[in-house]
Design a binder for this molecule. Structure first.
Ligand code: VG1
Ligand code: CO
Length: 543
């Protein structure tokens, strides 16, 4: 077995976005595409020599092919060891955990997360650092720069390794360990949560439906919810990962997880419903007859986390991404702990978690997590909810109404305009950026603009600055509009418009969010001219 050096030329566009490099699968399948990106990654982190990496993906089309290439390249670049999930499978949070418990130098996660999979859909590669979290911008920028000057890559010429059996083998001097994808993760969960209490909850007849959306959380949910916690067989649906996610869109929100939504709003709805995404880091929470927005979920979890053993000592702080509703801030204020506002993307939480400044983090896009790993974690959020439900003995609806009665309700919605013309969308944001100073004082119906800015974040730990992270417009009545362009798409641009408004009157807690937010939506249109810029009458997706 010999390591060969191949000549190559830079490939344009290998720039990691909000969460790794995402492209159409066929783009990743073009000659040298994976090789160039992996070599650039190794070069950007000072080489792979002597290092240990964790490797796994969400099982989508091209997962195992990419892993075989990465293994051969890691060996040729002198890595000491690779730890791979059996079958090439690892959820994103489980990969993060493995990096940490094994003291690995980093990890490579193969996924395009909530994007559909298949030969005609999306694929992705993400590099995580030794803390288990997504590489910070300094690293992703170095990787991108390297892709632009790369002239060669190193690879061992050999046949594919068997990833289907747990155990040890070697590849060109590098040791390869195939591990069970669920074991370490399940152990961590049982340490954080009161499994006995949750077991009793299920034994008492509590019912649940968990939709794995044909993606990676199937094996995790079968093992933890059904085998270990005693939920009846059939609690987990769509639990076998498939390379194209059953032809679906593995994005747990009311639009893409409509099957689960219908079940939860129907006659014989179970007590509790949940879903996760392609790579297992997102979560959707639904009670019987009631949907919990991710922003509300973060706030409820922050207010109740102390009920779970892993968080019994309370929280150091709560962090949310900028577009996430400010419901969590209200909880932090009451708890007397700091609240942080970061740019979109989990990489921005890493320093706060490492430094012990934040314990819980969340994003409006259905991502919630804590300092137990350095990624958002779908099943973790579901288990924390279950722990809270077991201790409080109340329904999801009661817990949510209690929460609003204490803190007020932050009505919230995100409007996505997908696949719009990138130039027009950027021009709209640029134009708005140029007019921000003139907005304060302007009135839209009963709403008045209080302040408007282009969000810039200075990391409190390392002082790094991330500028131009989205437009924030704060209005009266606790209202806010945020606009930014997505960094995870693979076709055209996606404009995201985030709308929020606070309601303090308990008689108005049960309104339809779109209706409750209609004046904020109108103000966003009047301020930005969304219809004209996108050529659309309405958003493609409202969550
Ligand atoms: C989206 C979400 C963001 C999330 C990111 C990765 O990014 O808005 O909150 O962190 O996806 O999630 P963007 O740039 O498209 O808005 V995952 O589960 O796709 O890794
Ligand atoms: Co994801």
């Amino acid at each position: 077995m010999q390591a060969a050096t191949h000549e190559t030329r830079p490939i344009g566009g290998q720039k990691p976005g909000t969460s790794g490099l995402r492209k159409k699968t066929k783009v990743f399948m073009t000659p040298h595409y994976v090789e160039n990106f992996i070599q650039s990654t190794f070069d950007a982190i000072g080489g792979a020599s002597g290092k240990t990496f964790v490797i796994g993906g969400d099982g989508r089309y091209f997962n195992e092919e990419a892993i075989q290439v990465i293994l051969r390249m890691a060996a040729a670049n002198g890595a000491e060891r690779c730890i791979v999930g059996m079958g090439g499978l690892l959820s994103t949070p489980a990969a993060s955990n493995l990096i940490r418990v094994r003291g690995a130098d980093g990890g490579l996660i193969l996924s395009a997360s909530h994007n559909p999979g298949g030969i005609d859909e999306d694929f992705g590669i993400k590099y995580n650092t030794a803390n288990g979290g997504p590489a910070p911008e300094s690293v992703t920028q170095a990787i991108f720069e390297r892709t632009q000057s790369l002239t060669e890559y190193h690879i061992v010429e050999t046949q594919d390794l068997d990833l289907g059996t747990i155990g040890h083998s070697t590849l060109g001097g590098m040791s390869v360990e195939v591990v069970h994808p669920v074991a370490d993760y399940a152990a961590l969960m049982s340490f954080l949560f009161d499994f006995d209490a949750i077991r009793q909850l299920f034994a008492s007849g509590f019912t649940m439906s968990f939709d794995a959306m044909h993606a990676i959380t199937g094996p995790y949910a079968h093992e933890i919810l059904e085998a270990q916690l005693g939920a009846p067989a059939g609690t987990v649906v769509n639990g076998t990962p498939s390379p194209d996610f059953g032809g679906g869109h593995p994005d747990p929100n009311p639009v893409w997880a409509h099957e689960l939504m219908n079940r939860m709003m129907g006659q014989d709805a179970p007590d509790f419903g949940a879903a996760s995404d392609g790579d297992g880091d997102r979560n959707m929470i639904v009670g019987r007859g009631i949907y919990v927005t991710p922003s509300d979920s973060l706030a409820v979890l922050a207010a109740n986390a102390h009920l779970a053993p892993g968080y019994a000592d309370g929280l150091m702080g709560v962090a949310r991404s900028m577009p996430t509703s400010r419901a969590a801030d209200r909880v932090a204020e009451k708890l007397g702990i700091p609240a942080f506002e970061t740019p979109t993307g989990w990489k921005f939480f890493g320093n706060l978690l490492d430094d012990g400044q934040a314990t819980l983090c969340g994003e409006e896009s259905a991502g919630t997590g804590s300092d137990h790993v350095r990624e958002k974690d779908g099943l973790w959020a579901v288990l924390l909810w279950l722990n809270i439900l077991a201790v409080r003995g109340q329904s999801v609806a009661d817990i949510l109404h209690d929460h609003w009665a204490t803190y007020g309700r932050n009505y919230y919605s995100r409007h996505d305009y997908e696949g719009v013309n990138a130039g027009a969308a950027e021009a709209m944001i640029d134009d708005l950026r140029g007019r921000l100073d003139s907005l304060p004082g302007t009135e839209f119906g009963a709403l008045r603009v209080i302040e408007a800015d282009d969000f810039s974040y200075t990391d409190p730990v390392d002082g790094s600055v991330a500028a131009h992270q989205g437009i924030r417009i704060v209005l009266s009545q606790g209202a806010r509009i945020v606009m930014r362009l997505s960094g995870t798409g693979t076709v055209g641009a996606t404009l995201r418009v985030y709308l929020e408004k606070v309601e303090e009157d308990p008689t108005k807690f049960d309104r339809d969010p779109q209706e409750a937010l209609s004046d904020v939506t109108d103000a966003a249109e009047a301020i930005a001219g969304i219809r004209a810029a996108t050529g659309r009458d309405a958003p493609d997706v409202r969550t």
